[in-house]
Write a new protein. Structure first.
Length: 357
């Protein structure tokens, strides 16, 4: 995608200081993909898939000395602690004409340092009503949205699955780091119970494990071997932002069993891809999954309920795919990225018009 002409003084700066492409990076990237055609925007720090051209922090400071055309100040949109701190230095120490917007997804009390930083933001955007309870200066509740053009159902799901070269006719996936917080162990335990009763299904674990989780992953693989399922539960590793949509669209069901999630994008991406979802009751999941219509929500760490829900939803593949089509409809009508973009635009406009939060 083309970026804004560098000669135009930016009105929005978006920071990305994290080297790895994380969930925060993915949500920022999705928003930027739409904002670059709407604002004079600079990405500060490290490139993202939607905007490869970026500037250094030092360059952003120098550029922020000038007010953007027809704006009283520029907006710095930050999402991480170091990014908040860097923006505060620009505003409060260098006295640059900027205001700071922070996106908060945490559905629990922030620790002391983030709380101190968040208290000094000009506006906070919470991703859920629950997240809004833990932060000050809330300008709006703006849920993350999914790019329904990027995440689409496969034209032929059966053919898409076969192209993966995996056994069975249907895929059950989990997406996220291989670690306890994401509930990878719950997924594996559920598959040990489900797959012997569902011979046409294969499970796919999409995500990387860091060295710290090597022993955790080793135990999961040993558990699968003990059940004779090492060839029906496949670890495919982390997939790039360009690879993930195609892989998701080949699956028939997403299982999202985290023990904690601030928001949780993978169910939205799965629903947009035409998948039904079984998820635990954290993040945004209960608000977006329609019980017995697009999937099921179960209690955190409730392995019996998780396994039974997966068994129930996979009993009739035709019904499963009907639920996936309904999930796609919900994603398009209620969960699209365009709604998120409009939410941020409203917050920016209120700041530029002099409102305080």
């Amino acid at each position: 995608m083309s970026s804004v002409n560098i000669e135009v003084t930016p009105e929005v700066y978006v920071t990305n200081f994290h080297k790895r492409f994380t969930g925060v990076s993915a949500t920022a990237d999705a928003v930027i993909s739409k904002q670059i055609s709407r604002y004079a925007l600079k990405l500060v720090g490290l490139p993202l898939p939607s905007l490869k051209q970026c500037c250094s922090y030092r360059q952003a400071l120098r550029c922020s000395r000038s007010r953007p055309n027809q704006r009283p100040f520029a907006i710095w949109h930050v999402r991480r602690n170091m990014e908040m701190l860097s923006a505060l230095f620009a505003r409060d120490i260098l006295r640059l004409p900027i205001k700071i917007v922070f996106t908060s997804a945490a559905q629990r009390l922030h620790s002391a340092i983030p709380r101190h930083l968040i208290a000094r933001m000009d506006a906070v955007v919470a991703t859920t009503t629950q997240a809004a309870k833990f932060v000050p200066h809330v300008a709006a509740v703006v849920p993350h949205g999914v790019d329904t053009q990027r995440f689409q159902p496969a034209a032929d799901r059966q053919a898409a699955w076969q192209q993966l070269g995996l056994p069975g006719r249907y895929g059950i996936g989990i997406v996220g780091r291989v670690r306890p917080e994401k509930g990878t162990d719950l997924f594996v335990e559920a598959m040990c119970r489900v797959l012997p009763q569902r011979p046409d299904f294969t499970a796919v674990i999409i995500g990387r494990s860091k060295p710290a989780e090597a022993e955790f992953e080793k135990k999961l693989r040993q558990q699968l071997q003990a059940h004779g399922l090492e060839h029906r539960v496949v670890f495919v590793g982390e997939k790039s932002p360009h690879e993930l949509p195609k892989l998701l669209s080949s699956l028939s069901l997403l299982v999202a069993p985290p023990r904690y999630e601030g928001f949780g994008m993978t169910p939205l991406e799965a629903m947009s891809s035409g998948l039904a979802v079984v998820a635990t009751d954290t993040g945004i999941f209960r608000q977006i999954i329609e019980e017995d219509q697009t999937g099921y929500v179960v209690g955190i760490d409730q392995i019996d309920a998780l396994s039974q829900s997966v068994l129930k939803i996979t009993a009739d593949p035709q019904r499963l795919h009907e639920m996936g089509r309904k999930a796609r409809q919900v994603a398009v009508e209620r969960l699209s990225l365009d709604r998120e973009i409009e939410g941020y635009a409203s917050v920016y406009d209120k700041l530029w018009n002099g409102e305080r939060f």
